[in-house]
Design a protein around this ligand. Structure first.
Ligand code: ATP
Length: 240
């Protein structure tokens, strides 16, 4: 469903992505792993053009996102939800209004928004918190609201940038379980950038190990095990 082709990204003349090629299949949970600074978050953010690649192509269902007009790109982006390490909720809006936000932007009518907000909050087990404000919630609850917001517009793809890094180990498992649920029950393809190998082993079907702005090795995750073939891959998996 998604193809990244020869993606490069430079910031102020420094190339931080040096030619990323990746194909992500419909329905999989794919991990971007690697050391700090390897380019995981930047690679993830090129997928919805939050970071526009310097060169290369991003194909979503064979459509070239970089070639689209602003209006068409806005529509394509509605197929891609995103969640972040620090949740990025609107603190002055209720939980329900946070989830409603992308639907308002997409021009939904009020009745449809209300029904969809209820559905999404129920999916993440938080309907009873609809009227609360983000600062009244725990970290895990905030991330679940962010997941509800991320799936509100029926995306095909959810991008997750370090989704559990700000959470304690127990809460982390709770969030992982909800990500698994939306993948299985709603068929949403998920791409996760993370350092956290425990979530990768629990959740992902495949991973790309990144090093210095390149995909160093692509690996299958089978029965929560990853068997790298390169020296760097073996060392990384030992220490991670
Ligand atoms: N907006 C930016 N401006 C300048 N440099 C940036 C910007 N965003 C990322 N970089 C640089 O790009 C490189 C890759 O960063 P990125 O955050 O993608 O790595 P990462 O693998 O996700 O690291 P971490 O695990 O620490 O989040 C780093 O050297 C970083 O400093």
């Amino acid at each position: 469903m998604l193809q990244l082709s020869s993606i490069t990204k430079s910031f102020h003349g420094t190339e931080v992505l040096k030619g990323i090629d990746l194909t992500i299949n419909q329905g999989e949970i794919f991990g971007l792993i690697g050391l700090s600074g390897a380019g995981k978050s930047t690679a993830l953010r090129t997928i919805n053009l939050l970071e526009r690649p310097t060169t290369g192509k991003v194909l979503l269902n064979n459509e070239d996102l970089m070639a689209k007009s602003e209006n068409d790109l806005r529509k394509s982006r509605q197929k891609i939800g995103m969640i972040f390490q620090h949740f990025n909720l609107l603190t002055n809006k209720t939980v329900a209004d946070n989830v409603a936000f992308p639907l308002k932007l997409a021009g939904w009518n009020k009745n449809d928004i209300d029904a969809r907000v209820k559905e999404c909050l129920t999916t993440v087990g938080l309907f009873e918190k609809a009227g609360s404000y983000p600062n009244q919630l725990s970290g895990g609850q905030k991330q679940r609201v962010a997941i509800a917001r991320g799936i509100a517009n029926h995306p095909e793809l959810l991008l997750a940038d370090e989704p559990t890094s700000a959470l304690d180990p127990i809460t982390k498992i709770e969030v992982i379980n909800y990500l698994q649920k939306i993948n299985k029950e709603l068929g949403i393809t998920i791409i996760i950038a993370t350092h956290d190998m425990s979530i990768v082993k629990r959740l992902c079907n495949r991973v790309a190990l990144m090093k210095d702005g390149l995909v160093h090795e692509k690996l299958d995750v089978l029965n929560s095990e990853i068997h790298p073939t390169t020296e760097f891959g073996k060392t990384f998996l030992e220490i991670a």
